[in-house]
Ligand binder design. Sequence first.
Ligand SMILES: NC(=O)c1ccc[n+]([C@@H]2O[C@H](COP(=O)([O-])OP(=O)(O)OC[C@H]3O[C@@H](n4cnc5c(N)ncnc54)[C@H](O)[C@@H]3O)[C@@H](O)[C@H]2O)c1
Length: 351
Amino acid sequence: MKPVRFGVIGCGVMGARHAAVAAERDEFELVAVADIKPELVEKVAADTKPKRTYASAEELLADDEIEAVAIALPTGFRTPIALKAFAAGKHAILEKPVAMNVGEVEQMIEAAGDKLVVAVCSSRYWFHDSSQLATKIVADGTLGDLRVVHFRGMLKDGGPKPHPIPAWRVSHKLNGGGFWVNWACYDLGYLMGITGWQLKPKTVLAQTFPVADHLPDRVAEGSDGEEHAIVLIRCENGTILQLERGESLSIDTESTWQIIGAKASLRLNMLELEDNKIFLDRTHPDKALTTEIVWEGKHDHAVTMSGPLLDFASGIRNGTQVAADLERSLVMQKITDAIYKSAAEGCAVEL
Ligand SMILES: NC(=O)c1ccc[n+]([C@@H]2O[C@H](COP(=O)([O-])OP(=O)(O)OC[C@H]3O[C@@H](n4cnc5c(N)ncnc54)[C@H](O)[C@@H]3O)[C@@H](O)[C@H]2O)c1
């Protein structure tokens, strides 16, 4: 495959990782990196050796050698740069969550048209062998009709944070929301991917909770996003999405991802790196439920980081469907917007 001539906009935590993947992999040629902070450009350039560096996104986008970019900026700054990238004819991979709201995603769909490949990193956990196997098991009908797709990711309070918390992290204005948007896009990207993007969310009922009054330092000053969200979504065919995400919580850490069918169910672990297993629970007419381990092994963190980029490169060079394109991300953003509306108005919201 001819390497994708690539530029990275943003040299913070995630931009540095995208640049490192591009520098290592034959699928990419790292042409340039850019950031408005010169010290970060210098550090990433020293580590990844791009041909050129730039002090702004606009300068990088004017580089004709570059055909595709990663936009690794906080959500509040990303869409205007993505629109400039599309106007410059560049394919783009966007950090997650896709955008601040549905309006921004629709604007990007319109601007990107059908010639440019656009991928979103919310698919990050779907590229492991385990996820691919689970996707096949759902697709071959083993589970029967899907009843409930469920995740619950609860993180106990870990005490005061040892390092400063970025202002954007739990902010509606800068991030489009709080802990829900930071993490649930991964959970949803993973489970929507495994269920083959067949679910059509219709009615959303949600509640969100801010950081507890007695733990104000768990978020940056001025943060107005939630630390905890609980959501029930009825899909068109009656399948239920039952979702909960929270951090700095007054309950012990517990995480679970389940796909429950009429005939059988999958129990998965999106995040365990070392001793990961997928359980298939199955009912039978003539005996009680059986449980089988259908996959067991390690999740390689390198796959989590490189998966979306390699998928993006294949989308550009081979025309393959990317795991999380803008249309799929719009479904996820519609859920997020409906969650905040439902929580604010105290009633169910129709999509
Ligand atoms: N930090 C993580 O662990 C992590 C993990 C996965 C995904 N993400 C997502 O990645 C995105 C970025 O997060 P991050 O942690 O890398 O942020 P960061 O603050 O470390 O980096 C963002 C960088 O963007 C630069 N920037 C801002 N505006 C710019 C502009 N107009 N032109 C060029 N550079 C500009 C900033 O100077 C900064 O260096 C967020 O949406 C986040 O949700 C973060």
